[in-house]
Design a protein around this ligand. Structure first.
Ligand code: C2E
Ligand code: CA
Ligand code: CA
Length: 572
């Protein structure tokens, strides 16, 4: 009896346990967002569970009705779905498939799991999941990964990918491809003048225009701010580079209207590299197009230039030099030389001009003419110029203390430095730090500083001059050479370029010009310095026409600090 009672109790507790498990499964299924199809092969039964009604508006009673599901998906998925639903025959345990519903923006994922016993299927569960949201997110991610969101054109990475594929097939099909790099002229001016948003808008409008030009033989990419790539497959006929560039120039004859109502005209330059003539590698092609685009810019606005081999060699040399220059900056491999300037009448030392030298790994001195242009182009002039400023002012403070010398230190400042926001403050801070009187410092600027942004630079010059620092206009005679604009400039000194001095003795008209400059500059109240004076005759002549100061090999070459110190000791 006891035994029977025990067995009864056991059975009851098992039923209770099963009951609660069944409830739990039902709860899990009914609250799931997925739908399930359960097939019991032994009992030959089929049931649908879970959130079935949010997927399909019909029910299923046997496997024959799977066709109702298959009918719902797009044609291209029908075959695979058929296989999945009747999967047990292929004897794989797990199988999943993503299908798009026919005529709808809905995606379902089907996953089938089959339980086998002794090699035969006994049960099967098919889970159906709505993955539309996931798909959309993926699409967005893919879009962001492949496209430029501003213009809808390819981004650089995707452009490179597609271009690589083009090149790959061009190889076997014997086709040619042209890659163009387009870049607005003076984009900085637009950004500076109208703001970055306007710059973006302009790039967007131009990008949209480019997009309209595209067809199956052209792809385009917005690479950054104002730079675009265009690749043309088989660039002939109405797909030739010249034809496409003409189309672009035609559009540029009309302005782009910005959101705020501004009408903006732009010009641009393009560099072209061709497959297979220029390069057979995708990145090299792009590189070459970019390099030659910068060359086009040197020719003016709205210019198109095709790649030529020597340009690339030049570029590679430059890249190499740029890397070496970067290393020189980090290793502090620069020295300043100083060239004296003398008062033409008294012969007193008026001051020295600091001239940079790069001491290379072997201790060889490299002259600034070899690296300053590249430093200016690459922006490396900023760290270099900063170093020159501090080194010069620091050394000047030492000499002043030691020799109590009364002279001016002239420092060459490049246009980019003037434009950098911190330049003026950094300069004032240095004078403060080394306790140097501003009137002992002279900054040499060239006319190129004034070209880009006359008003803004002049304003900065006023601030500098008001602080007591002298300003000298360098290389006068090589730029605009216009005396009329000198009047409004806050300068103290004018340096007459060596090219005048070179011919002043032999050439009558140079003499007339030089005399006019000197007397005119005197009237304006500026000091004059003649540079590159190499002969006694030149010196005597300049003294006679009352040019105030003389600088040149005749009186002293640029010298290292130790030599200058000796010179000051002798004078002192
Ligand atoms: P610059 O400012 O016109 O400097 C005068 C150049 O003429 C110097 O060349 C000097 O050595 C040279 N020179 C002076 N007197 C004579 C002469 O009688 N005969 C001849 N044949 N040459 C003479 P350097 O030192 O090679 O400098 C070349 C240019 O590099 C400078 O021209 C200046 O534009 C630039 N530079 C030099 N140092 C700096 C610097 O620290 N910063 C910047 N931004 N540019 C610098
Ligand atoms: Ca100079
Ligand atoms: Ca000069």
């Amino acid at each position: 009896m006891n035994d029977l009672q025990f067995q009864l109790d056991m059975a009851q507790s098992v039923i209770q346990h099963l009951d609660s498990q069944e409830k739990m499964y039902q709860l899990v299924c009914s609250t799931s967002r997925n739908a399930f199809i359960y097939v019991d092969f032994i009992k030959k039964s089929l049931s649908v569970l879970g959130n079935w009604s949010s997927f399909f508006d019909f029910s299923l009673y046997n496997e024959g009705e799977f066709v109702k599901i298959i009918e719902k998906v797009e044609d291209c998925y029908k075959n695979d779905l058929q296989k999945l639903l009747f999967y047990e025959k292929t004897r794989k345990e797990n199988y999943s498939l993503e299908c798009k519903l026919d005529g709808q923006d809905r995606w379902f994922e089907f996953e089938s799991t089959i339980i086998y016993q002794d090699g035969s299927p006994i049960e099967k569960v098919i889970r159906i999941r709505d993955i539309s949201k996931l798909k959309r997110q993926n699409e967005e991610l893919k879009y962001m990964a492949y496209y430029d969101t501003l213009t809808g054109l390819y981004n650089r990475n995707y452009f490179v990918r597609v271009l690589s594929e083009w090149i790959h097939s061009a190889e076997s099909d014997n086709e040619s491809i042209a890659v163009m790099c387009l870049d607005f002229d003076d984009f900085k001016k637009i950004n500076d003048g109208l703001g970055l948003v306007a710059g973006d808008e302009l790039a967007q409008l131009f990008g949209l225009f480019l997009k309209e030009l595209l067809d199956d033989r052209m792809i385009a990419s917005h690479v950054n701010d104002d730079t675009f790539y265009l690749a043309i497959k088989n660039p002939i006929g109405n797909h030739s580079v010249d034809y496409v560039f003409d189309k672009i120039l035609n559009r540029l004859k009309m302005p782009f209207r910005l959101f705020g109502g501004h009408d903006i005209y732009i010009t641009l330059c393009a560099g072209v590299a061709e497959y297979p003539e220029t390069a057979t590698n995708c990145l090299e092609l792009i590189n070459c197009a970019e390099v030659v685009m910068f060359r086009a810019k040197e020719m003016g606005t709205n210019q198109l230039k095709y790649f030529e081999a020597p340009i690339y060699k030049d570029f590679l040399d430059n890249v190499n030099l740029e890397n070496r220059l970067k290393e020189a900056i980090s290793m502090n491999r620069f020295v300043l030389y100083y060239q004296p300037q003398y008062d033409s009448k008294s012969g007193d030392l008026r001051g020295v001009e600091a001239l940079i030298r790069w001491k290379d790994e072997n201790g060889k001195l490299i002259s600034p003419g070899c690296f300053i242009p590249l430093a200016e182009k690459s922006g490396l002039i900023l760290p270099i110029g900063k170093w020159v400023l501090e080194e010069g002012i620091k050394k000047y403070a030492e000499w002043r203390k030691k020799f109590n010398c009364n002279m001016v230190l002239s420092l060459n400042i490049s246009a980019l430095q003037y434009k950098s926001a911190n330049f003026v403050n950094d300069l004032f801070d240095l004078l403060e730090k080394y306790q140097v009187n501003p009137k002992d410092i002279e900054l040499e600027i060239t006319e190129s500083v004034l070209i880009d942004d006359f008003a803004q630079v002049v304003e900065k010059l006023h601030v500098i001059k008001d602080y007591g620092i002298k300003i000298s206009l360098d290389d006068f005679g090589t730029g605009f050479s216009s005396l009329s604009y000198l009047k409004g400039l806050p300068i103290d000194t004018l340096k007459i370029d060596k090219s005048f001095i070179d011919t002043v003795i032999d050439d009558e008209s140079t003499r007339v010009i030089t005399e006019t400059i000197v007397s005119m500059v005197k009237k304006l109240g500026y000091e004059t310095v003649a540079e590159g004076v190499e002969t006694k005759e030149q010196y005597e002549y300049l003294k006679q026409i009352e040019c105030d100061n003389i600088q040149g090999f005749l009186l002293g070459r640029p010298m290292p600090e130790e030599e200058l110190v000796l010179l000051m000791e002798q004078k002192g």
